[in-house]
Structures are given as structure tokens and as C-alpha cells.
Design a protein around this ligand. Structure first.
Ligand SMILES: C[S@@+](CC[C@H](N)C(=O)[O-])C[C@H]1O[C@@H](n2cnc3c(N)ncnc32)[C@H](O)[C@@H]1O
Length: 354
């Protein structure tokens, strides 16, 4: 039953992600014409007949060209004096996400995702108020396992980390309505994002608790005890965190899972078009870049993802590279998109390595 629920939620979430371009994934009622994953390009002459092709195989030439592009765009690194201290940088990034949200939400409820525009049903946010952060004050010590906390009566609990304006939150809440006893937590380090989620018409405290939380800050307590989550969603978030901090984040999140709980991961893969199109001078370190808006992006290989989650004591249940060909029919251009997707389970007898 638990596995069934998890699969439903993940399918629902990934289904939104897979609807062609990321920006389309949250348009209400937008369903792909062909079943997801079934659009295979067999005749290159037909490439412009659809917006996206699944399961693309790269030729050796294509792979070599991508490698060359990355060598070129990472040859010139951001100058060390501009790579400010990591904590300060994180604050810059936090305000960048907030700024992006403000700009887009002013434009009729649009939101950004991975540096690309993403339509959100979140209501427009006026200005950029300085929201207080009651969640952090309220839960500074963290609740005990036996005490009451939001969702303490639930029998199935999910956390979405880095929820942004709620592009996954609301489809999940929709699904959860058919599962009595389920509860969703969602957090983001940008207070404005959390405020957007909370002010959405579908947000209800009976089913959901949104809170401000920086997953890189080890000292911060969660508003629920360790070991109570059935599932964690980590979707296009880890890539924005400094590579030197990722392992600690994965370790901390693993502690939140119940034995048998599942961490669901999706993020940028190595040689994704988003990596290839970086200009020189944007590279911070190997495969890690800063965008013009100050947000950052790492591009993972399957092996790195495997090592990171296994190092945290989780067992790999799925780890795949999702290669697609994205087509801009109007401009008659094609782009190789690469995402890594994985499911990692906490074993019944969990031993955290490292
Ligand atoms: C690319 S967006 C993805 C949003 C959402 N997961 C989705 O798939 O639509 C990345 C989100 O992660 C959040 N984020 C980045 N670093 C974070 C951190 N250290 N702690 C919490 N949230 C973070 C950003 O504020 C942003 O909302």
C-alpha cells in the first residue's frame, strides 16, 4: 500500500516534469497527446513533428561535441575573489530565488524553474514584503517523536524539499485527497516561496505544512521528528547547492526517513543543454555554474548520484539518465535534455556511513 502510494505520487510529480519542456509542466489540464516515454524518434526527417522525443541515444559525435563544449565553457572560471565565502553566497542565492519569484509572479502568476520560466497557478504576489519566519522560531528545538506536531496523526508523510512556489505541491495535494491519513510537508529557504504556497487557494493545514527551512543549515530543526517520513522529494534542488555541501544535505535528509522510506530524486544530468549553453566565465568549479540571476546549477552523472545516496546508507531502487530531444518547431532547433532520476530507499537497519 505504501509503495503504491509512493508510486502514484512520484508518477504524478514526474508526469508534470516530463510534460515536454519544464515550463509546460504546471499548466492546468495540459496532458500529453502520446503516453509519456513512448515518443521514439525513428525517422530523423520527422523530428519537427513533435515538441519532445523520448529515450534519445547519443551518437559518439554528439557526446564528443558536448564534452568539448563543456571543456570550453569551464576553461575560464569565475575569479576566486568573486567566489565569495560560501555562507554569504547562499544568502545571495536565496535572495536571487526570491527576486526571480517576485518578477515572475508580478507577470500574471508565472514562476521560474531551474532558470527557465515555469507557469505557476500561484496567485500573484504584490511587491517583495519582508515576511517574518514564524516556522523557524516555532520549531527551533524540533518536536519529540511522541509529541504533537503538524501531521503527527498522519499515517503517511511526505516532504518536498525546495518546493518553490508549489509546482509539485498542488498536484500532490490533489492526489493525496484520495489517500486518507496522508500529509505533505514542504519547505524552501526563500520565505517568499513559502508564503506563495501558503496563500494558494488549495493550501490547507489539514493536509499540508509549508515552512521556511535551509537544508544546508545543519543546526536547524525540522517541525517534525527524525524517522517519520515515508517519502522525500528532492527535485531540481540539490543542483543549486554547493557540491561541497551536498553530501551533508543528503545525510541529514536520510535521517528524516522512516526505515523503508523512499527518497525520490530528479535533477540536471551531465551535458544537459542547460550546461552546454553556459558562456565562458560562468563556471565556479567542475560542472558547477552560476547563472546571470545568481542561482547556481550542478550537472550530475548517474555514478555521482549513486555514490552520494549510497554513502548516506540508502539503497538504490532506480537510477536512470533520462535523455530527451526537445524541439523548438518555430525556430527549427533541437536541444538534448539530460536529467538524472532516482529512487533510494532507507533500509530497515540503517547505518549511516561517513
Ligand atoms: C529550481 S527550483 C525547484 C522548485 C521545485 N522543486 C520544483 O521542482 O518546481 C529550486 C528551489 O530550491 C530552493 N532551494 C535552493 N537551495 C535551498 C536550500 N539550501 N534549502 C531550501 N531550499 C532551497 C530554491 O529557493 C528554489 O525554490
Amino acid at each position: 500500500m505504501v509503495l503504491f502510494r509512493m508510486n502514484m505520487i512520484w508518477r504524478n510529480c514526474v508526469c508534470h516534469l516530463k510534460q515536454g519542456k519544464v515550463p509546460h509542466r504546471c499548466q492546468s489540464g495540459a496532458h500529453p497527446v502520446a503516453p509519456l516515454g513512448s515518443r521514439i524518434l525513428t525517422d530523423p526527417a520527422k523530428v519537427f513533428e513533435h515538441n519532445m522525443w523520448d529515450h534519445m541515444q547519443w551518437s559518439e559525435e554528439e557526446e564528443a561535441a558536448a564534452r568539448k563544449k563543456v571543456e570550453e565553457n569551464s576553461a575560464t572560471r569565475v575569479a576566486p575573489e568573486e567566489q565569495v565565502d560560501q555562507n554569504a553566497k547562499e544568502k545571495v542565492e536565496e535572495s536571487s530565488w526570491d527576486q526571480i519569484r517576485s518578477n515572475f509572479s508580478r507577470m500574471q502568476g508565472t514562476e521560474t524553474h531551474c532558470g527557465e520560466s515555469c507557469v505557476s497557478s500561484a496567485p500573484g504576489n504584490k511587491g517583495r514584503p519582508n515576511f517574518p519566519n514564524p516556522d523557524l522560531e516555532e520549531h527551533s528545538d524540533g518536536p519529540g517523536k511522541t509529541g504533537r506536531f503538524p501531521g503527527s496523526n498522519a499515517t503517511f508523510r511526505i516532504l518536498e524539499v525546495g518546493c518553490g512556489a508549489g509546482n509539485s505541491v498542488f498536484p500532490i495535494l490533489n492526489t493525496l485527497q484520495n489517500f486518507p491519513g496522508a500529509f505533505l510537508y514542504c519547505c524552501d529557504f526563500a520565505p517568499e516561496a513559502v508564503q506563495l504556497v501558503k496563500s494558494h487557494a488549495s493550501y490547507t493545514e489539514a493536509l499540508c505544512s509549508a515552512f521556511v527551512h535551509d537544508v544546508c543549515d545543519d543546526g536547524l530543526a525540522y517541525p517534525f521528528p527524525d524517522g517519520v517520513l515515508d517519502a522525500i522529494l528532492l527535485v531540481f534542488v540539490l543542483s543549486s547547492i554547493h557540491p561541497g555541501r551536498m553530501q551533508a544535505v543528503v545525510h541529514r535528509l536520510s535521517r528524516l526517513l522512516k526505515p523503508g522510506g523512499m527518497l525520490l530524486f530528479r535533477d540536471h544530468g551531465r551535458y544537459d543543454n542547460a550546461q552546454l549553453r553556459f558562456k565562458k566565465g560562468r563556471c565556479l568549479s567542475e560542472n558547477f555554474y552560476v547563472r546571470g540571476d545568481g542561482t547556481r546549477a550542478y550537472f550530475f552523472t548517474k555514478g555521482e548520484v549513486h555514490r552520494m545516496f549510497c554513502e548516506a546508507g540508502l539503497h538504490e531502487k532506480q537510477n536512470l539518465v533520462d535523455h530527451r530531444l526537445q524541439v523548438n518547431r518555430k525556430k527549427q532547433v533541437v536541444m538534448h535534455r539530460v536529467w538524472v532520476q532516482g529512487k533510494f530507499q532507507k533500509p530497515l537497519h540503517w547505518t549511516q556511513r561517513g
